[in-house]
Design a binder for this molecule. Structure first.
Ligand code: SF4
Length: 264
């Protein structure tokens, strides 16, 4: 069981691969019910295992590898989602698929989004956008809100933070906006890493260019994930980085609000 959801650890390796390919089986890390984060209302946020990025500040490094996930049947996850339908209706909430990276398991993500829409449930996709090409227009049609994590506004900083390129994220956000799907942009402020005014301004300019953007969240870096890096035997470069002060966060938020963006 994964927090009350049956797991499919009994299936053979061959059936597991077939199920992953068809979207009937996904590798899950965990799930939780949250309010006022990961989208509007009360949400069931599901963390899928596996991520192509290696963010220096990742506070869930145990979600980076798909191997650390447990197999779950799409039908069993949808059964659990169905249980909370009245809560979602009462609070204006829904489900959020997160990770890890939900788009690293596109068939399963598509299946869950479709199933949720058939139940009339609001859907959010929390993604770095790096694998945005995996979210075609038919999948996007089942997404009500994209939470786009923009980790830096320029390629060198983005690469330093994630080990990957920024361009796919930029392109995905533009496509989401062009499709008319609501967007939130999230940006983690890390002193000494992402706090250069030039990179924050570049994120803000990009956010301001997205016609369906309704909200920006500037999230202060924290050290809550530090122990997990140690437990996994991974090298944690930000061990001595101090969270930003309230003033630094306010200054970063001001760069967004100066562009007329609703910023938290
Ligand atoms: S995209 Fe998210 S899950 Fe992946 S490494 Fe970065 S912070 Fe961690």
């Amino acid at each position: 069981m994964l927090g009350g959801i049956p797991t499919a650890e009994h299936v053979s390796r061959g059936d597991l691969l077939l199920g992953q390919r068809s979207g009937e089986i996904g590798m899950l890390h965990s799930w939780e019910l949250v309010t006022a984060v990961d989208g509007p209302g009360t949400r069931m946020t599901t963390f899928l295992a596996g991520c192509p990025l290696r963010c220096l500040y990742c506070h869930n490094p145990d979600t980076m590898s798909a191997r650390r996930g447990v197999p779950v049947l799409a039908g069993d996850l949808l059964d659990r989602i169905t249980r909370y339908r009245s809560v979602f209706t009462a609070t204006g909430g829904g489900i959020t698929l997160s990770g890890g990276e939900a788009l690293a398991q596109p068939a399963f993500t598509r299946r869950i989004l479709r199933g949720a829409k058939e139940l009339g449930i609001h859907t959010a996709l929390d993604t770095s956008g790096f694998l945005g090409a995996n979210c075609d227009d038919s999948m996007l049609a089942d997404v009500d809100l994209v939470l786009l994590d923009v980790k830096a506004g320029d390629e060198p900083t983005y690469h330093r933070v994630t080990g990957r390129r920024l361009a796919p994220t930029v392109e995905f956000g533009r496509r989401v906006a062009a499709t008319g799907v609501e967007l939130w942009v999230r940006f983690v402020l890390v002193p000494g890493l992402t706090d250069a005014p030039a990179t924050i301004k570049a994120v803000a300019d990009y956010a301001a260019s997205l016609s369906t953007l309704t909200r920006v969240e500037v999230l202060p870096f924290h050290q809550l994930g530090r122990d997990k890096w140690a437990e996994l035997g991974l090298d944690y470069e930000l061990a001595t980085t101090v969270p930003p002060t309230a003033e630094q966060v306010a200054q970063a938020r001001a760069i967004f609000t100066a562009r007329g963006l609703k910023t938290y």
